[in-house]
Design a protein around this ligand. Structure first.
Ligand code: 26W
Length: 827
């Protein structure tokens, strides 16, 4: 027998017959069932296995190439990866969607039903986590060596139910039926230490008596477009170190012993469902350190496998911090290099600043992470010590450069000294990174003008912009089959990996035949969305009405409430003139509120109350409908977004760092109504100012108003419609059973209105009238929608990741593999 070569495996054959046999084989040999006994779940798993088999060869080759070429790799550290479903995405990447569907039909399995059975991997809150998922997709498509590191939460983002108009949270135990896409890798397990005490020894610190948790790797493959490569997402799961507590066990206290074990395993139990305030929670801090420590140990192990020391570390490794959540990677790398590998301080710190880079995703004060010094000292005493040392050296440098400026030292310090002393994770991240980026042009500009202005004086060359992007594979090819087919028929299929190709559609914007086909595709998507809505009890919508959609996390700054004020105004106007020529509208909302965010939950309730009143009012003759779709998540977004005519992106200028939903809508041919905020601005630049509805105050005006003492009441007094809308809310018109229900909402609006809804109200309502005017002219509307799609090329996450790779990480795509000898056996 000849020796086994590295890649002696069976090349997949993707004919319908080969797929049918594969699925059948996997049903019998991996799932342990047969055609007679298979449940839907069994079929889903059989298909999953058959598809996973088909990405394995490419995946192993991607890993081997990176190793053989000794390529520089990028490690994307993120607390969240909101990947959604894996199966349909892989079917598309491997170009076997249709043949697998046919194979299922031959086997008597209901393909559409079984793919719908896959739970979303909801391991993220929203924008930041979904961005990380799009980035992995693009890394795979571009063939960039590296991987994503995160946490394998047992419970993902909670499921949302609406009960009597109110949000109810339910645990999302997404792994309950098993997860056939992942591989457990127990050989990659690391000890992560917490607590304990420091004992000085020979100028070093010994960290003793720690409580230890084991991190075990679980790998998932992320197949790139046409399987150009497969990226790895490695998620860590916590295991107790010593099994059960033997002391307790021997004392006969079995329950206590197992409880201790459970306690350590809590670290990877649940995703924190709050995207603004979780500082101070000890378990969250433990999660952050847990995944960062395991990832860094893994990165250094891999490096030392093929290098004798760390001289080349910065040439071979780039580590990216997705927001500050993984910022403990900085003191952890210092600890590993100093304490475990005996490097000197200067060498270790210089490696840090070469290796790390950091993306900021928010300027909002309350979302900037800080950790109490007391907590850090207790949970991670060694790291707290290292942070002090980093800070002391840094402040000395600042003082040397700006000796007269004492206020600067206080402002720029890694430690906030006012009140309870806290570590500023953003400062730590900036200090340790050679590049720091914002996520849209405006955001990056505001970032250097506001929160990091002091750091700009010290390190101006560090700061840059990388405007966000989205993967066109999931967000157009997969989510919108009708439009994808139409685009293919006119410009071919290459837009999937060269999204700039969409610019060729500009020539078709005035082509009546194309417009009609484009309109038909939109209509098909609207019908699919209407069917989805019909499954919510008690609502039916007209697919010919204008679908006006706002789907995103519930946040005061995103101003869902401004949308509601417009709805109430429109409702009143229709009641006043029921026979006027109204453009029938369906306003669709979806989104989760953080469980402790009272105002956001109240707004969900308000939307549902307004929906109930408006939808049941016979007098308006169906000219207006309001719908709240429960449990917004990636798989729902894939249905909702293609069905939208109008995309609501109405945050207070200066507050939405970028937005990525805005890009998904425009790519699917919705027109945007939006403020001059985040990436909306760049969308306007690319689709043309005539093809987007912009309204409201800009950042400078918002700041000016805030500076002068903003008076929301003056807008209320001065605008009849606005006064009417707020008065009706205040009287309990939408909650007759409890008239005081929205008192708080009214008071917030009239007394403080921090996000200046009232200042933008009149312009917003006027802008909505322009929306109606254009919708009355279907050809003109469709033309604009086509120009939106045509202008979206730049918002591909392939473009974004290409920029990160060349301008921040210094990594290059892998060289194509040498063709393998054809194999003989089908999988
Ligand atoms: C500490 C809790 C916490 C958790 C998450 C604080 C802050 C966050 C994120 C920074 C919130 C977030 O998801 N930000 C969004 O990031 C997207 C991707 O860059 C942007 O498109 C959104 O505008 C931004 O709000």
């Amino acid at each position: 027998m000849p020796p086994v070569t590295a890649f002696e495996y069976d090349k997949p054959i993707n004919s319908v017959e080969a797929l049918r046999r594969s699925i059948l084989n996997r049903l019998v040999y991996a799932v342990g069932k047969d055609v007679r006994s298979a449940t839907q779940r069994d079929w889903l798993f059989a298909v999953f296995h058959a598809v996973r088999d088909r990405i394995m060869g490419c995946w192993r080759e991607s890993l081997a190439q990176a190793e053989d070429q000794d390529a520089k790799r990028v490690y994307y550290l993120s607390m969240e990866f909101l990947t959604g479903r894996a199966l349909t995405n892989a079917l598309l990447a491997a170009d076997i969607y249709e043949p697998v569907k046919q194979a299922c039909a031959l086997l008597g399995a209901d393909f559409d039903a079984l793919i719908d059975l896959e739970p979303d991997a909801g391991l993220g809150n929203g924008g930041l986590g979904r961005l990380a998922a799009c980035f992995l997709d693009s890394m795979a498509t571009l063939g960039l060596p590296g991987m994503g590191y995160g946490i394998r939460y047992e419970y993902g983002m909670f499921a949302q139910r609406i009960e009597q108009g109110q949000q109810v949270e339910e645990p999302d135990y997404w792994l309950v039926n098993g997860h056939p896409w992942e591989f457990m890798r127990p050989e990659f397990s690391y000890t992560v230490r917490f607590g304990g005490r420091l004992v000085p020894q020979d100028g070093h610190s010994l960290w003793l008596d720690t409580q230890d948790v084991i991190a075990t790797a679980y790998d998932s493959g992320v197949p790139g477009h046409q399987m150009r490569s497969v990226a790895t997402m490695r998620l860590w799961s916590a295991r107790a170190s010593g099994g059960v507590n033997l002391d307790a066990f021997n004392r006969g206290d079995y329950i206590q012993a197992v409880e201790d074990k459970n306690h350590s395993e809590n670290v990877s139990r649940v995703l924190y469902p709050d995207d603004r305030t979780e500082h101070g929670r000890e378990l969250r801090l433990r999660q952050e350190y847990f995944f960062v420590s395991a990832s860094l140990q893994d990165i250094l192990r891999r490096h030392l496998k093929s290098h004798s020391g760390f001289e080349q570390l910065a040439d071979k490794v780039a580590i990216h911090l997705n927001d500050t959540h993984p910022a403990l990677a900085v003191p952890e790398l210092m600890r590993l290099l100093l304490d475990e590998h005996q490097l000197g301080w200067e060498a270790a710190w210089s490696l840090c600043t070469c290796v790390f880079s950091y993306t900021n995703h928010t300027l909002m004060e309350e979302a900037l992470e800080t950790w109490p010094v007391e907590l850090l000292s207790r949970v991670l005493p060694r790291h707290m010590g290292l942070i002090y040392e980093i800070n002391a050296r840094f402040l000395a440098e600042v003082h040397a450069r700006f000796p007269a400026d004492h206020a600067l030292l206080r402002r720029i310090s890694l430690i906030e000294e006012r009140g309870v002393r806290r570590v500023r994770m953003a400062h730590l991240s900036v200090l340790a990174s050679h590049k720091v980026n914002g996520v849209s042009a405006l955001h990056s500009q505001l970032m250097v003008e506001t929160i990091f202005s002091d750091f700009v004086q010290m390190y101006p060359e560090r700061f840059c912009n990388k405007t966000n992007g989205i993967t066109p594979r999931r967000w157009l090819a997969l989510a919108n089959a009708p439009l994808s087919a139409l685009i293919d028929s006119r410009i071919g299929p290459d837009w999937r990996s060269e999204l700039d190709q969409l610019a060729r559609l500009r020539d078709l914007a005035d082509d009546t035949e194309f417009q009609n086909a484009f309109g038909l595709a939109k209509q098909q998507n609207k019908r699919r969305l209407a069917d989805l809505i019909a499954r919510c009890p008690g609502v039916s919508v007209d697919p010919l009405s204008l679908f006006d959609v706002q789907v995103k996390r519930m946040h005061e700054y995103k101003r869902q409430l401004l949308n509601v004020l417009h709805i109430i105004t429109r409702y009143h106007r229709i009641l006043a003139q029921p026979h006027a020529d109204w453009v029938p509208r369906t306003v669709i909302f979806a989104g989760k509120a953080a469980s402790a965010y009272h105002m956001a939950k109240l707004i969900i309730r308000l939307i549902n109350d307004v929906a109930r009143v408006v939808n049941s009012d016979q007098r308006i003759g169906g000219q207006l409908r309001v719908v709240f779709i429960p449990n917004y998540r990636v798989s729902l977004a894939e249905i909702i977004i293609p069905g939208a005519n109008l995309s609501e992106q109405i945050s207070t200028a200066g507050t939405e760092a970028s937005g990525t939903g805005n890009m998904k809508f425009a790519l699917n041919g919705a027109l945007t109504i939006g403020t001059w905020d985040g990436a909306n601005i760049e969308i306007a630049d690319n689709v043309g100012r005539d093809n987007i509805f912009v309204f409201g105050n800009r950042t400078e005006q918002v700041a000016e108003l805030r500076g002068y003492g903003y008076q929301p009441r003056s807008y209320y007094e001065g605008n009849f419609d606005l006064k009417c809308a707020i008065d009706r809310l205040s009287e309990g018109a939408f909650s007759p059973e409890e008239p005081e229900r929205y008192r708080e909402v009214v008071n917030t609006l009239l007394e403080s209105d921090y996000y200046q809804l009232l200042a933008d109200y009149a312009d917003y309502v006027a802008c909505q009238e322009k929306v109606d005017d254009l919708y009355r002219r279907p050809a003109a509307w469709t033309r604009s929608a086509i120009l939106n799609v045509a202008g979206m090329g730049v918002f591909s996450s392939d473009r974004t990741i290409g920029e990160y790779a060349s301008e921040i990480w210094g990594v290059q795509p892998l060289k194509p593999a040498v063709p393998q000898a054809p194999s003989l056996l089908p999988v």
